[in-house]
Design a protein. Sequence first.
Length: 172
Amino acid sequence: MTTPTLQDRNRFILNQSAILGLIYVFFLVILYFTGKLFSSSEKLSFLIWMGFIYFSSIKYRDRFCDGFIQFGKVFAYGLRLMVLSGIIAGFFYFILFKIDTELCNEQIYTLLDLYSQTGLYGNSIEEFESLMFKSFPLLMFFSSILSCFFYGLVVSFIISIFVKRKKVSSNE
């Protein structure tokens, strides 16, 4: 059996990230066509991420770490998967809001209503509205990456607790 190289590890991480990203995009497409894209889908998303990262981390541990891995390495692995899959989801949102301008406008007006409730009026609302109409798809792209990063912190922390495995040294 050959020893896996750094290139093998990186290829595995990118492959797993792409799979997770595509699974998540498939889930978002289903939500989009059922009209529930911005409803409370975080719980199901969280379960998808937890399940995938759990099994992928075990696979990574067994394939590249001889069955033993430290908490920090599992944590970093899960976080990388989440951020890279967040980029794929971000592209989905970017393309979606470029294509479905009605949905984009609906989300912008929802944000404008929330923004106006803060008590700011006049030029600041007009400036915010102008900015939103110019850059909302790009904002959603970066927002997706950022949210996947923060969810990744939580998911990776939880998964790391269960996947880590220390090598037991034998003093014989």
